[in-house]
Ligand binder design. Structure first.
Ligand code: F6R
Length: 260
């Protein structure tokens, strides 16, 4: 994993956006894996700015989101459909037909999950997956103990994740217990992965994912096995990394063209 520590979440998000923009310019029909939550918001804002001010074109891009809450209609304000529309798709030109988000109202969830996997494969596989990380180490909603080979399926959220996400709902009790999420294996099949983590609350999960053993108890730790995984952090998220000075030094030594 390449560890990139930046002075702020804004700076890390700008670097991440530059990386995504370069991919989209080089491969206009790129297949992007997208995340929700607070973490990618600044990255999405910067991509929207690049679309508006620099003409970054998403008209041939295809997207697949990581996850959705089971039981929430796309119109529910806390659904990830609504989140993505409000924070991303409403502001740039990805055609609706190229946007894929798991259907929280699917009546036959296993069939829906298989179809989601098939759609990713038929599109040609994910070129780049954007990830946040849960305070318990989850990626997508693959909670600790998730199979590291898992594919898109239904998962039960931990009480910790339900508490973390309660801020998006009217009350803690209304956070759904179940989600549909890409599996760890689905994420690992992406040709590149960008993991973003900001704030001290993520410091422990990041330290165990990056410097701990690979374990299903911290699903993000499997990214150590990914050939092209970049981990973009702000200073607070990097505080528990024992080799943070080394990671900073490595990044500073890189030629400009290689700095994401
Ligand atoms: C979101 C997702 C989750 C979040 C994680 C961090 O689609 O899959 O893994 O990335 O829960 O959430 P935030 O960014 O809100 O701290």
């Amino acid at each position: 994993m390449e560890i990139i520590i930046q002075p702020s979440a804004e700076a890390a998000s700008t670097l991440a956006a530059r990386h995504v923009a370069r991919l989209v310019r080089e491969k206009p029909n790129a297949i992007l894996g997208l995340a929700t939550g607070s973490t990618p918001l600044a990255l999405y804002r910067e991509l929207i700015r690049l679309h508006r001010d620099d003409g970054l074109d998403f008209s041939h891009v295809t997207t697949f989101n990581l996850d959705e809450y089971v039981g929430l209609a796309p119109t529910h304000p806390a659904s990830y459909h609504a989140f993505m529309h409000e924070n991303f798709f409403a502001h740039l030109n990805v055609p609706a037909s190229r946007i894929h988000i798991p259907d929280g109202l699917a009546t036959d969830i296993p069939t829906h999950c298989r179809a989601y996997e098939d759609a990713i494969s038929s599109a040609g596989g994910l070129d780049l997956q954007i990830l946040g990380i849960g305070s318990d180490g989850h990626i997508g909603f693959n909670e600790p103990s998730s199979s590291l080979a898992s594919r898109t399926r239904i998962k039960t959220l931990t009480p910790e994740t339900r508490d973390d996400n309660a801020r998006f709902f009217d009350s803690p009790a209304s956070v759904p217990h179940h989600v549909i999420t890409m599996g760890v294996g689905t994420i690992m099949d992406a040709r590149q992965v960008l993991l973003l983590a900001f704030g001290e609350k993520k410091a422990h999960a990041i330290a165990t994912a990056v410097e701990g053993p690979i374990t299903a108890m911290n699903p993000a730790s499997i990214l150590q096995m990914h050939p092209v995984a970049k981990c973009l952090l702000d200073e607070p998220a990097a505080t528990q990394l024992t080799r943070r000075d080394y990671y900073r030094w490595v990044f500073e030594q890189k030629p400009e063209w290689q700095k994401v």
